[in-house]
Design a protein around this ligand. Structure first.
Ligand code: AP5
Length: 221
């Protein structure tokens, strides 16, 4: 089996991070840590984390750094992360990136790199407005680009497909603004450290997967 990887997927909402992270997870047998998925599950289950995060997630604002950092630090200790990880939606602020560095340092681990997926805002709005997610297995679909065989039903497990609450148009606009102001500066942060590779995220899912594979080929010998 190929060696594991330790990568961050950076990109605006709807850039395709979750879609590509799931493919990489299968290919490299590492864990995918989607902070958004963890928070949404906590909101549905009404856990203390979910109660704290609910308003932020619904409005498209960022959950406080301290909450997110603890959550990721704990998740990284789990067995399925031993071979490596794909961080999908984390870090999202400079303080989160600094905390991640500290966490990895204490465990003597180094990142392979950061893949920043670029997609214009106009394409993003189209992708998010049509996104449908399986309530049961989390599979991602799109009503136009990747429609299920039966409307509203997941091809993979038969679960119910739903539209995320934060995929309404006004919330999408708010999320894009948050990305531009709070998360996009991470590109410079990782560029200055020689860790950043930029990926054109427009095109077919398979083409983007191949572009990512090309970069990973440089990192994972
Ligand atoms: P999160 O769940 O991380 O949302 P996001 O970053 O806004 O990203 P998305 O899941 O919307 O998009 P994606 O890039 O994964 O795209 P996808 O593959 O689904 O975060 C949600 C909220 O949680 C945040 O707003 C915040 O409140 C909170 N949060 C999370 N992490 C946090 C953190 N670290 N700090 C603080 N707060 C945090 O693709 C989108 C659609 O396009 C799908 O329908 C897919 O099928 C389709 N698609 C994908 N690729 C293609 C393609 N190539 N061609 C056509 N369609 C495609």
């Amino acid at each position: 089996m190929a060696r594991g990887i330790r990568v961050i997927l950076l990109g605006a909402p709807g850039a395709g991070k979750g879609t590509q992270a799931k493919l990489l997870q299968e290919q490299f047998a590492v864990c995918q840590i989607s902070t958004g998925d963890i928070l949404r599950k906590a909101v549905v289950e009404q856990t203390p984390l979910g109660k704290e995060a609910s308003q932020y997630v619904r409005s498209g604002a960022l959950v406080p750094d301290s909450v997110i950092v603890n959550l990721v630090a704990e998740r990284l200790k789990e067995k399925d992360c031993e071979r490596g990880f794909i961080l999908d939606g984390f870090p999202r602020t400079i303080p989160q990136a600094e905390s991640l560095e500290a966490i990895l340092k204490t465990r003597d681990l180094a990142l392979d790199g950061v893949l920043s997926v670029h997609v214009p805002h106009s394409v993003i709005v189209e992708r998010l407005a049509g996104r449908r997610t399986c309530k049961n297995c989390g599979a991602l679909n799109h009503v136009v680009f990747d429609p299920p065989k039966k409307q509203g039903v997941c091809d993979r497990c038969g679960g119910e497909l739903y539209q995320r609450e934060d995929d309404r148009e006004e919330t999408i606009t708010a999320r894009l603004k948050v990305y531009d102001t709070q998360t996009a500066p991470l590109e410079d942060y990782y560029r200055e450290r020689g860790r950043l590779r930029e990926i054109d995220g427009v095109g077919k899912v398979e083409d983007i997967r191949d572009r990512i594979a090309h970069v990973l080929g440089d990192w994972v010998q």
